[in-house]
Ligand binder design. Structure first.
Ligand code: UDP
Ligand code: UDP
Ligand code: UDP
Length: 456
């Protein structure tokens, strides 16, 4: 059909394609249910094998509950070692997905009704835009990190040469960003992380739009900068993405018995394990603070390798000291449900972006303790938006040992501070407004759906 003949057709049919890890799967599942409930036909591409058990378990549950959403299973080719440094199992998966994408062609071209768009994850932009152009299907890209980190990524091809003696780099529209916030692998052109980001950025001109799980009033400067930039496609801040029915019966009677806003939730996301020494200091800091806490403990990056029990890691003596002041859980919890619980009053978070958006949507103050990757840039956003506090000196994960006294002190500041709590309530209200019928994020999502209805 030529560009001049536009026709209204039936509901749009979109294929969603996340890459590796729960931090990518969860926002794509959220988007899937949001598009489904707004009248789209949704096909969800799932890769096999997944890296983590959490991914395969969640997919099984999800498709049992959300039967409207069609699952398209996609078998990956085996990993082939490339010229890049790449040891992280989640990055290896991203590389493998990129190398497998061309095999999707017959699966996508035989879908009925024909696709209105492919909505894919940023790290597979290069391979998916190639495929989509062969199929003549428009592509949209999803950013699962902050607009600020996306903005940094969008300048990466020029960054590596632009770093001089200063401790800062100048990001157009965003001012100075400390070098200490940029993940070291991003500045190493031989690392897959850097190479993949550069490649994705340079393919972005082929896409129709970039959906970001953020909202305008949370990151106004970064979104404005991205809107004015000519080197990225149109950005659509459609967050915070809504939660969906998981069928999970998380039942925490201990939490139900605690006073309102009295419990600190401690979690470093789905794939970050602190060192054993740092876990010990954190445990002692939690007990020393005197606060009630709910701690989700991870012993290794990939859950399938996480064989130790809580007692093996923390020891019976330590567990005896906790008494009724806290609980430690190993394994998957429904974080969204926990953050929504009335007893939760604070969150020690690594600032994975989904966690940040959940805390904003549910109004939980954050003590930011970023460890890797995008998390220090995300922590800058948390602090600036009034959602939390961040002790920069704690450094990258593993760089230094943060001692129990410092941890206890910062926990008390977080849990007892009244000013932060009221600013966080404002953030929550703005997040709610963004998602209202005429809110900034909701309107952009509706515009997207309308655009998909029109075949050009
Ligand atoms: N999550 C959860 N339960 C867990 C661990 C993580 O529900 O035990 C969810 C969390 O709510 C978030 C996602 O998994 O939606 C993790 O994404 P995030 O960007 O916060 O961090 P990542 O895991 O990618 O480092
Ligand atoms: N990493 C992690 N959790 C995250 C983000 C990254 O476990 O949420 C991984 C990352 O992929 C890397 C490792 O932790 O392999 C250490 O990250 P760092 O930024 O120190 O880079 P690297 O050691 O690869 O130079
Ligand atoms: N990213 C990418 N290619 C990669 C790895 C990461 O484009 O190979 C982007 C992606 O947008 C991701 C962000 O960099 O959200 C931060 O990556 P990190 O591994 O720190 O965290 P993730 O969001 O994947 O949990």
């Amino acid at each position: 059909m030529s560009a001049t003949t536009k026709s209204e057709s039936g509901p749009p049919h979109v294929a969603l394609f996340p890459c590796a890890g729960m931090g990518h799967l969860i926002p794509f599942l959220r988007l899937a249910t949001m598009l489904d409930s707004r009248g789209c036909t949704v096909t969800f591409i799932t890769v096999h094998p997944t890296v983590s058990a959490a991914e395969s378990d969640h997919l099984t549950n999800f498709f049992t509950i959300h039967q409207n959403i069609k699952r398209l299973e996609f078998q990956l080719i085996p990993y082939e070692k490339s010229q890049f440094t790449n040891e992280d199992p989640f990055f290896i998966q991203i590389e493998t997905i990129g190398n497998s994408v061309h095999l999707l062609r017959p699966l996508l071209s035989s879908l009925s009704p024909t696709l209105s768009a492919i909505i894919a994850d940023f790290p597979i932009t290069t391979s998916i835009t190639q495929l989509a152009s062969d199929l003549s299907v428009p592509t949209y890209i999803v950013i699962t990190t902050s607009a600020r980190f996306f903005s940094l990524m969008s300048h990466l091809p020029h960054l590596v040469n632009g770093i001089g003696e200063n401790n800062y780099i100048e990001i157009p529209g965003l001012g100075q960003m400390p070098l200490s916030s940029i993940p070291p692998p991003m500045l190493n052109p031989n690392h897959f992380f850097a190479a993949n980001i550069s490649s994705s950025i340079s393919s972005l001109f082929k896409v129709r739009g970039v959906l970001i799980n953020t909202f305008t009033s949370f990151e106004p400067e970064a979104i404005e900068e991205l809107n004015m930039a000519t080197h990225v496609a149109r950005v659509l801040p459609v967050g915070p993405l809504e939660s969906f029915e998981t069928g999970d019966a998380t039942n925490l009677p201990w939490l139900d018995q605690q006073e309102p806003e009295s419990v600190l939730f401690v979690s470093f996301g789905s794939r970050t394990a602190l060192s054993k020494d740092q876990i010990r200091e954190l445990g002692n800091g939690l007990v020393r603070s005197g606060c009630k806490f709910l701690w989700v403990l991870k012993g290794s990056k990939v859950d399938k390798d996480d064989k130790e029990e809580v007692e093996d890691i923390l020891g019976e003596t330590f567990l005896g000291r906790i008494k009724n002041n806290g609980i430690v859980i190993k394994g998957w919890v429904n974080q969204d449900k926990i953050l929504a619980h009335k007893s939760i009053g604070g969150f020690i978070s690594h600032c994975g972006w989904n966690s940040v958006m959940e805390a904003a949507r549910l109004g939980v103050p954050i003590l930011a303790w970023p460890q890797h990757g995008d998390q220090r840039v995300n922590a800058e956003v948390v602090e600036k938006a009034g959602l939390g506090v961040w002790v920069r000196e704690w450094g990258w994960g593993g760089a230094k040992m943060v001692d129990e006294n410092e941890i206890a002190e910062k926990i008390n500041e977080l849990m007892l501070g009244k000013d932060l709590r009221s600013r966080v309530q404002e953030v929550k209200e703005k997040a709610r407004q963004a998602r209202e019928r005429n809110g900034t994020s909701e309107l952009l999502l509706q515009d997207l759906i309308e655009a998909l209805k029109i075949n050009e």
